[in-house]
Design a binder for this molecule. Structure first.
Ligand code: FES
Length: 75
């Protein structure tokens, strides 16, 4: 996979991807997210939360379930 280099104009104060400790990955802006089944989902909000714990009832999006799972099972 080839990643595009971060441009010199990238806003270091407002990253496009934020990994929340023990929780979701936040995506800022428009993205296409491919789930474990290979289906593609387009982000529809200014900031979208992608589940990283695998326990969400509406994958690939975070539904807050990570808040009630044991710390050892959190991402
Ligand atoms: S990260 Fe929030 S439900 Fe999985």
């Amino acid at each position: 996979m080839n990643a595009e280099p971060v441009s010199a104009e990238a806003d270091i104060e407002h990253p496009d991807v934020i990994l929340c400790p023990g929780g979701p990955m936040l995506l800022r802006g428009d993205h296409l997210v491919q789930d474990a089944d290979g289906s593609t989902h387009r982000t529809e909000r200014p900031v979208s939360a992608v589940c990283r714990c695998g326990k969400s009832s509406r994958p690939p999006w975070c539904d807050g379930t990570h808040k009630v799972i044991p710390d050892r099972d959190k991402p």
